[in-house]
Design a binder for this molecule. Sequence first.
Ligand code: GDP
Ligand code: IMO
Ligand code: MG
Length: 427
Amino acid sequence: MPVVAVIGAQWGDEGKGKVVDLLAEEARVVVRFSGGDNAGHTVVNRYGEFKLHLIPSGIFSPRATSIIGNGVAINPGVLLDEIDQLNQRGVDTSRLIISDRAHLVMPYHLLLDGLEEEMRGGKAIGTTRKGIGPAFADKIARLGIRTGDLLDREVFRERLHFILNYKNTILTKVYGASPLSEDEVYRQYCQYGERLAPCIRETTVLLEEAIKRGEMVLLEGAQGTLLDPDFGTYPYATSSSPLSGGSCLGAGLGPARIDQTLGVFKAYCTRVGGGPMPTELADETGNLIREQAHEYGTTTGRPRRCGWFDAIAARFSTRINAFTQVAVTRLDVLDIMSSLKICVGYELDGKPIDYFPASAAALDRCQPIYEELPGWQVPTSEARQYDQLPALARRYTDRLEELIGCPVSLISVGMRREQSIFKMPLW
Ligand code: GDP
Ligand code: IMO
Ligand code: MG
């Protein structure tokens, strides 16, 4: 059985949670490898509807071990709430393991996320304000505190003392904010540590052993490729890598271990927060998609910006991730449309271009060049096989496949696990 990386191919919220929940039925290990509780992954299965922020979407699979990998920034309070809520709803979380190398989101990260956003004024990124950017910045600056540090109170106290002194200086001297109490933070995080300790451990050996036994392993991405700090619409980006390359670092395995890279695309585009989005529809059609699909952020509730499918961005995403196959989700949302547009090129300062510019300012000036296709105007949510889709819906997904340059193996036509069409065997 393969090792499969499930990667957000656009600006996040592509339906990664649904796809991972579906594929996890066969998996033995599911690893969340990046982001933090800025992510919101929706799963609808026999247990009900869930919005997961930190726990892998494979948690519902009775045979799978769920790992929160070293590449995730963990707010332990949020994680414990999530565990409690799942348990209250009858979901067993005893197979959850947390990497001892994962960094912690600390109270000052939350404060600084808000203060930095306010400092940016009109150029605010529109972060989720979950402290994720400051937590990853500290990781790279070697000022982070990791889950493993909670297992040794002396180590934790010493590290917290040094770092909190520095953070309090920034909070008070740069931002004029109040300092945090070391004793309070220490006490609270020791309590978190006590509860989480049984789950915190080294995770790469377990992963390697599962791979050697030939078991199926899923690597669950958070966010989407176009939010990557290197390749996304910088600086309107997140702070950890959602790419297939990021899955190796964030789960703790080498690139040669990955057999399949599944890119998850919505049948159109959405984005939450600031930054360029060439195909955004700031009109009635955009509102129609938002209301039809209830496109509101899973984590923050903010309305998502909606627009047509962007094939230039999609090809870029496919290239830098090396997708071996693609899932197209939310096809059913387009059932009501009488005609559909796909962006097949950009015009930048009056000249046609066929690449995704590195500069957010340039991308902001790009005018989409559209191709128009007829809508099918028939419900698709009951289709379970590719040939049950209306011919015009097949024509649309075939055209997406051609433009993306990678086979579409899975089509999703609803929120529920079973509302899925395997167009071809995945492996
Ligand atoms: P993620 O962050 O990539 O896991 O995606 P989110 O959960 O944030 O957002 C995707 C939304 O689309 C959720 O509300 C899902 O329940 C929903 N969804 C996923 N696939 C489909 C689909 O094929 N059709 C419809 N109508 N909704 C879907
Ligand atoms: P999932 O995993 C959509 C966006 C924020 C903001 C930018 C930076 O559910 O697809 P951050 O809080 O990460 O510093 O915010 O990234 N963003 C997401 N957008 N889905 C997500 O996760 C996102 N996580 C962060 O809206 O524009
Ligand atoms: Mg989401």
